[in-house]
Design a protein around this ligand. Structure first.
Ligand SMILES: N[C@@H](CCC(=O)N[C@@H](CSS)C(=O)NCC(=O)O)C(=O)O
Length: 389
């Protein structure tokens, strides 16, 4: 499309980004073939071309996007959906083609699966750079909106063991109807977990253990008895039995998602942490403001310190930490928070200081240790349960 003067800023991907136009310019634009029109000002704006656009039988839609605060998640979804479905060429108009560049970049990020940082870089590399970048408050609202626009419809649930072990079980699914994993299921809570999985309509693929637990029996065996298609997973280094034994660097794939496996020994030899997008499931390696004990089951404070510093604290600071337990009512933390505030491992604690702290915890043994360890060494498969196929 060509237009009479410099009012039109861009013509990219069938989307024309425009500022205020005179009546003649609107007419020229329609005559040049505009097939849809999105207006980001209010109808009362004296330059609003609604009447002329509709008179030309071109669909006209208004989504007032006047300030950074109006770029809510709902607004972002609306803008992305509009650009997706609008007949092209589509004109997106505001007063100066500044806000008009926002739906374009949001949609581009979503369709090209660009992370927020890459989409911002793309906006800056265009000729001329997209104009929202000139306004810092708008640019930071767009950056946040890009993260929202690009999110996958992941299903994520943090479930708590109410039977006594304070264990968190995590359900992650690749969207409704998608494949799912269940991290650290607890035997007593299996009925609840399977009911939820059915209610959400997701397909459980793997029962994944972060390690051979000492305080509760894994639900892996009972899940497999109820759903023979599910495969249990544990670290090869744990020495425990499971359908699939994994190690550092492996990927557990489900749908279009995966868990990246990181070995984090120290609480036990076979402790694994799982990274998924901006989350890390740390098992008992890192707890919120704490960590797993190192006084039994091959525990080693030396190894745990190394594991946490190399495998967890090396993740971006805003990575969300989801631990296997919490005893104080916390649910999650972040890498940055634990680096700064974890009294055992963070705030500049040296390995020697950590070893000293761990040697003096004097915790009583978990109540169920004698029952849990032998059962978890066979991944929760118990007498009377059907054996795995
Ligand atoms: N009281 C609980 C067990 C508490 C406990 O020892 N938790 C372990 C993780 S499960 S082996 C741990 O590492 N705790 C660290 C801490 O600082 O509390 C029970 O009897 O089950």
């Amino acid at each position: 499309m060509t237009f009479p003067d410099g009012t039109i800023a861009y013509d990219a991907d069938g989307v024309v980004l425009a500022g205020d136009m005179t009546e003649d310019q609107v007419k020229a634009c329609l005559a040049a073939g505009a097939k849809s029109w999105l207006y980001l000002n209010e109808e009362c704006n004296k330059a609003c071309p609604k009447a002329a656009v509709e008179a030309a039988s071109v669909p006209f839609e208004m989504v007032p996007l006047m300030t950074p605060a109006s770029l809510t998640n709902e607004c972002v979804d609306k803008l992305v959906a509009y650009v997706d479905s609008a007949p092209k060429p589509a004109v997106i108009q505001c007063s100066t083609a500044t806000r008009a560049s926002i739906p374009y970049i949001l949609h581009k990020a979503k369709t090209d699966k660009l992370p927020a940082a890459s989409a911002m870089a793309l906006a800056a590399s265009m000729t001329p750079p997209l104009k929202f970048l000139e306004k810092p408050p708008l640019a930071s609202a767009v950056k946040r909106a890009l993260t929202h626009a690009n999110r996958k419809p992941v299903i994520f649930r943090q479930l708590f063991d109410t039977s006594g072990s304070s264990t968190y079980t995590y359900l992650i699914a690749d969207g409704p109807g998608g494949e799912a994993v269940l991290i650290d299921p607890v035997l007593e809570m299996v009925d609840r977990d399977l009911k939820l999985i059915d209610e959400l309509g997701v397909k459980l693929k793997y029962a994944v253990n972060t390690h051979c637990h000492a305080d509760h029996v894994t639900g892996s065996g009972a899940i497999k008895a109820a759903r023979p298609e599910v495969r249990s997973i544990i670290a090869a280094a744990s020495g425990a039995q499971a359908d699939i034994k994994i190690g550092h660097g492996d990927r557990i794939e489900f749908g279009s998602m995966f868990l990246e496996v990181r070995a984090t020994p120290g609480h036990t030899d076979g402790c694994l942490s799982y990274v998924c997008d901006d989350m890390v499931f740390t098992g008992d390696a890192v707890l919120i403001r704490g960590c797993g004990r190192t006084d039994f089951q091959q525990g080693s404070a030396d190894r745990l310190y190394e594991s946490v510093h190399t495998q967890i604290f090396s993740l971006p600071n805003d990575t969300i930490i989801y631990p296997a337990h919490d005893y104080k009512g916390h649910r999650c933390s972040t890498v940055g928070e634990e680096k700064a505030l974890n009294p055992r491992l963070g705030s500049g604690k040296t390995k020697d200081e950590f070893v000293e702290i761990m040697a003096n915890l004097n915790l009583p043994y978990p109540k169920k240790i004698d029952e849990a360890l032998p059962k978890n060494m066979v991944c929760g498969i118990q007498e009377g349960m059907p054996t795995p196929a």
